[in-house]
Ligand binder design. Structure first.
Ligand SMILES: Nc1ncnc2c1ncn2[C@@H]1O[C@H](COP(=O)(O)OP(=O)(O)OP(=O)(O)O)[C@@H](O)[C@H]1O
Ligand SMILES: [Mg+2]
Length: 461
């Protein structure tokens, strides 16, 4: 038995609409027609289809880039793009942009039948998987692991806030799980099948941030060769995560405020205001209230963002989470059996964890990468292993141990000895930088690419 479904056919050519819908109806499908991108979006919003057949070149611009940008907005429905004959490059770009498959014009009825059947089958499987996940996820920890009262409370608040769509401001020191909270709010809410879009407001230069967020129209500045949708549009009906919102330049704060007030925004160089519906989650490690007091952050924006405030406490304030998280990271790092010795647990409990969960994770992963399994196949991590991984250990220098003229280190060849030394220096530097590849490379005097190659060779990635 073949699956039938509701198909949205978006194409501006009347002849193609007629033929395509006749064939599809003949196969038992229900068909909705749309003649341009906006109409397709509106039809989909009103009555979501199981599958979208999307012509990439439609009015008003006939610009494939604009067509490509539409692809993710139909999630979770699979999109099959329709390209001019033999435009393979465009078809590939569409698949990269998230399209499920492509068809070339002129349309062949057999190809259409096969591609549509496969896409509907995939939509059915995805729906089944989502249902299973939702069932399993009902009692789930939302990926936020920990047994401390503070973490239980945080999880409980995330569960209650997720379905509301209220803006949420996540405050807490670096490495405490702010992004994790943002993702959990998205994953536990009704927008989970739509995109989660993260923007790091501090990492993007001020001039680019506006066009990143709100998009730009063709010709609005040198290099703007085509219309480009902004991240707010990509996040339509999903979640927009504004990370490090405290770094947002003043000029952008006004524009963001407007978007938060009524969902409207203006692409750079555009005249017509547009709207998008994105749930806003913002995070910062800064003291926003102090920034408001000193005038570097707009008060009205601050109150808009803090529909609700969630705080991720420093790890030092929730000591009972430390062994739980350490065990989780160890299990994730190693496929086989692994454990901490009692002295390792004591070491974990004593450390101040200034870098919070991120630091804990880096230390455990580094120690796990260095450890060798015992005779029974179990990896046992002691306090020494953790101390070494945390960068506190002194490094025995195998090269200096060599007596002049002696064969290199007795049991090991020179290559092995060099490799072992290299591995130790790299893991130590990784732990010191919290696994930041750029910083590690700089510390070791390597290029980032050079470091990544070494990590791959040593299986440390
Ligand atoms: N409760 C938790 N359970 C499991 N993993 C966690 C938990 N809290 C944090 N982590 C992990 O610790 C790391 C840091 O978390 P995250 O990136 O969310 O922190 P952050 O507060 O956004 O940090 P920063 O301010 O530096 O951006 C991530 O790898 C995250 O998965
Ligand atoms: Mg973060």
């Amino acid at each position: 038995m073949t699956l039938t479904g509701h198909i949205l056919l978006a194409d501006d050519e009347p002849a193609f609409q007629r033929l395509g819908s006749a064939w599809l109806k003949g196969l038992g499908h229900r068909v909705t027609l749309a003649g341009d991108g906006d109409a397709a979006r509106a039809a989909f919003a009103a009555d979501p289809a199981d599958l979208v057949l999307l012509d990439l070149s439609m009015p008003p611009h006939h610009d494939p880039a604009a067509g490509l940008a539409l692809v993710p907005t139909f999630a979770p429905a699979p999109v099959v793009v329709v390209t001019g004959h033999a435009d393979h490059e465009l078809a590939l770009r569409a698949v990269e942009a998230g399209a499920w498959d492509f068809l070339a014009k002129p349309l062949d009825p057999d190809m259409l039948r096969v591609v549509v059947a496969r896409a509907l089958e995939r939509a059915r499987l995805a729906a089944e998987l989502a249902a299973l996940r939702a069932k399993a996820g009902a009692a789930d920890d939302l990926g936020m692991v920990g047994t401390s009262p503070a973490l239980r409370r945080l999880r409980d608040l995330v569960r209650r806030l997720a379905p509301t769509g209220l803006p949420v401001l996540v405050l807490g020191p670096s490495g405490t799980g702010k992004e994790l909270v943002a993702r959990a709010l998205h994953a536990a809410g009704p927008r989970r099948d739509r995109p989660f879009v993260a923007v790091h407001c501090g990492a993007i230069p001020a001039e680019l941030l506006e066009s990143e967020l709100f998009g730009h129209v063709k010709g609005s500045f040198t290099g703007a060769h085509a219309d480009r949708p902004g991240l707010v549009e990509t996040a339509h009906r999903g979640t927009l995560f504004l990370d490090e919102v405290g770094e947002m330049p003043a000029a952008m704060q006004v524009k963001l405020l407007r978007f938060l007030q009524d969902g409207s925004y203006q692409p750079v160089g555009g005249r017509e205001p547009r709207t998008a519906d994105a749930r806003i989650v913002a995070a910062t490690h800064r003291d926003l209230e102090a920034m408001v007091a000193e005038g570097t952050f707009r008060e009205d924006l601050y109150y808009r963002l803090r529909g609700m405030v969630l705080r991720t406490p420093p790890l030092a304030e929730r000591a009972e989470d430390v062994p739980v998280l350490a065990t989780l990271f160890l299990r994730r790092a190693l496929p086989g059996p692994a454990r901490f010795t009692p002295s390792a647990l004591a070491w974990l409990a004593e450390r101040p964890w200034k870098g919070n969960v991120r630091e804990l994770r880096a230390v455990v992963e580094c120690a796990a990468a260095l450890a060798a399994p015992g005779p029974d196949g179990t990896v046992t991590l002691g306090a020494d292993d953790l101390d070494f991984a945390a960068g506190g250990g002194t490094l025995p220098d195998p090269v200096l141990d060599l007596a002049p003229g002696a064969p290199p280190a007795g049991r090991r060849t020179l290559d092995e000895e060099v490799e072992a030394l290299e591995r130790r220096l790299i893991t130590k530097a990784l732990a010191e930088t919290g696994h930041n590849h750029t910083h590690t490379a700089r510390l070791l005097g390597l290029s980032r690419m050079g470091l990544l190659k070494k990590l791959d060779r040593m299986g440390l990635r």
